[in-house]
Write a protein that binds this ligand. Structure first.
Ligand SMILES: Cc1ncc(COP(=O)(O)O)c(C=O)c1O
Length: 307
């Protein structure tokens, strides 16, 4: 079988041959910024915007990728082109950028980039099965004990791979329900984000989401806000608390792979009438129209036949 190709620091190599040093700052410090872009019908969605956010992360973290955003875009398109032939026509893929500060020799000043950044870009077919039932039944949103890292320590707008805190939070949510999706609160008890997504609610016809004071400025979050505008649904970015989710008419998450994931339970309580709500459905349909692909149908098409 033909092997997928990945890009690693200047070279395109088969996936199984891509290697980084055990002294890389990705390993030593979790000192890595990241992006995940997806394709729709094999075309990357908002790739320029993802690269734009990556370069903001580089600036704030003082990682020097040693190439321009235009070059990064071109390399990314080359990685996709090298792998598209291996993808089935009905599937899509994500394109992941992981960029670390490079070698971090123990004892050396970790704030000084010692050499080249380690630039890793790969694509993988997107497995949508973990979310497929949630489109129609909704998921169970649960608040874990662990809180989001305050922006005073690490601004959530930096899309980074220092994910211990969010991984533990997600595990805690899954102690309550193995299929739960985390609603991580900040240290003030306000709703922040999911370990890999943003959070929305609908109350009295108004779509609300936290401000980016405590969450990533998700590109899917922005698509949901823009689609709501175009559908005449009022939107508000504001402080939200668990009470607001518990009393909302609708709740959903947004993220690059699944776009919109409805939640029909919050901490064991039914959200609204316990069904996926009408505004959530309108937004999902509008998103499918925007990208020219039935988002839910594509995920359902991945179900093994007979299930
Ligand atoms: C912590 C976090 N919040 C939100 C998101 C959603 O961002 P986007 O919509 O750009 O995928 C992600 C995506 O990976 C994330 O990791």
């Amino acid at each position: 079988m033909q092997e997928r190709m990945v890009y690693i620091s200047g070279e395109m190599v088969p996936e199984s041959q891509a290697r980084i040093s055990i002294f890389d700052s990705a390993v030593m410090l979790g000192d890595t910024v990241t992006e995940s872009t997806r394709t729709f019908a094999h075309k990357p969605f908002k790739l320029e915007e993802h690269i734009g956010r990556l370069y903001k992360s580089f600036k704030v973290t003082r990682i020097d990728p040693q190439c321009s955003a235009d070059t990064m875009l071109k390399i990314t398109q080359d990685v996709l082109a090298a792998n598209l032939g291996m993808m089935s026509p009905d599937d899509d893929c994500w394109i992941v950028h992981n960029v670390s500060r490079g070698l971090a020799i123990a004892g050396a000043d970790p704030t000084v980039q010692q050499g080249s950044a380690t630039v890793m870009i790969f694509t993988q077919p997107m497995n949508l099965l973990p979310w497929v039932d949630f489109y129609t039944k909704g998921c169970h949103a649960v608040t874990p004990m662990s809180r989001a890292i305050p922006a005073q320590s690490l601004d959530a707008r930096i899309k980074n791979r220092s994910r211990m805190a969010y991984t533990l939070a997600e595990m805690e949510a899954k102690l309550v329900d193995p299929l739960a999706q985390s609603v991580i609160l900040d240290v003030h008890g306000n709703v922040a984000e999911n370990k890999g997504g943003n959070i929305f609610l609908v109350s009295d016809g108004v779509l609300k989401t936290p401000t980016t004071a405590n969450c990533l400025e998700g590109l899917s979050r922005q698509v949901a806000l823009d689609l709501a505008d175009s559908l005449g649904i009022p939107t508000v970015q504001t402080i939200l608390q668990p009470y607001d989710l518990a009393t909302a008419d609708e709740v959903f998450f947004t993220s690059t792979p699944y776009c919109i994931m409805p939640a029909t339970r919050f901490n064991g309580l039914a959200v609204g009438d316990g069904q996926v709500g009408p505004i959530t459905k309108r937004l999902l349909n509008a998103w499918s129209a925007l990208v020219g692909l039935d988002i839910v149908g594509q995920a359902q098409g991945q179900r093994p036949s007979g299930s």
